[in-house]
Design a protein around this ligand. Sequence first.
Ligand code: GTP
Ligand code: MG
Length: 433
Amino acid sequence: MSGTSSDAALLGPAAESTELLRLVACGSVDDGKSTLIGRLLFDTKQVMSDQLEHVEETSERRGDGFFNLALLTDGLRAEREQGITIDVAYRSFVTPSRRFQLADAPGHVQYTRNMVTGASTADVAVVLVDARKGVIEQTQRHTYIAAMLGIPHVVFAVNKMDLVEFDEGRFRAIENDLRELSERLGLRDATTVPIAARPGDNVVEPSDRLAWWGGGTFLEHLESIELAADRDASHRRFPVQWVIRPMSDEHHDYRGYAGQVSGGEWRAGDEVLVLPSGLRTTVAAVETRDGPLPVGVQGQAVVVRLTDEIDVSRGDMLCDPDDAPTAARELEARVCWMSERPVQTGARLAVKHTTRWARAILDEVVSVLDVSTLEQVPADGLVLNDLARVRLRLAAPLLVDPYAENRTTGAFILVDEATNETVGAGMVLAASA
Ligand code: GTP
Ligand code: MG
């Protein structure tokens, strides 16, 4: 895999023409996620000839009877043999206007947690729908997760149109159901596109067999999505990951704070508040290994230098003095429970939030989502893949924002201290001191 968000940001203005779009493909088992991604790679000519030979061989050995594009993404051996996706696989590809990074999430219900992992930083969720089946429970689950994770754009790809004779009526009926679902979940930007990934209709190339469709190809849609507006230009946030203090005499007075910009735009001269100490100072410079930057933006890995020599440590947060995060002791949050082991109210957990840890007690399970009805129902514990609303009490304050305002400072993971296992992913709904 090549390319991370910080790479893209570090390229500066020149990267605008090849802006990075992070996609996660989800949908029920066998809806064609891996095939769609394979088709994208193949039709945009991103596949090496040795990979093609390998796919041809494996297709033959498995007796697929066709050139199985899913094998391009189903990289793990076990998956090739079983023909299903187990882990989240990442692939990237480039078109003249954009760079894409794709996470191929598994369709099985028991892998919901993998989808949460693959989707947490995505700009776009592609939800595959089998044209024969229409909207099913797994469509609702994945769309719900996309909404919960605040993924700004959702594209529903109604796949296998070849198996419904490319029928417009069938497509429009599904499109209606998806519109209802999107409204119910409050999605900001959702589009539905008909495709047939295996034969390749309307993915990269337009198709005569979908002549009634005037909405452009799937790839054209991905290329037209506006990302700039998704970035948070206000709410300056910078969790300190490392304090840089070179040991050599020559730079004895150098001190910088390394981390990733988690909100807002950072420029020399800006006032900052250091939390939790409450000290104030000014930004002296925002720089990378290549020198100072005019501005550091969200997602970018930078070093911030301050004008005053004040005490700042790993785990501290630099922020806008007029708009600081809440130093929270109580969190109300949405949580996806990712452990095989269930948990009960009263359990002790560790919370990792940006660059900081705190101990917590699961004070209350407020409700758990019933995926078939999309209603919240009462519960007193959580089991694997539950999507719930909970209250947590923290032993030490964490500097949080509501997830709806900031996908970094509003997110956390839950860890079982005894086993070190990540047992949950959380999104802050509300925080109080
Ligand atoms: P998991 O990773 O197991 O969740 O499945 P997936 O969603 O990645 O599905 P995959 O791409 O492996 O495709 C499942 C089956 O559907 C394969 O046999 C594909 O060849 C077939 N398939 C995918 N797209 C199409 C299509 O557009 N038309 C037809 N007829 N078959 C398709
Ligand atoms: Mg797959």
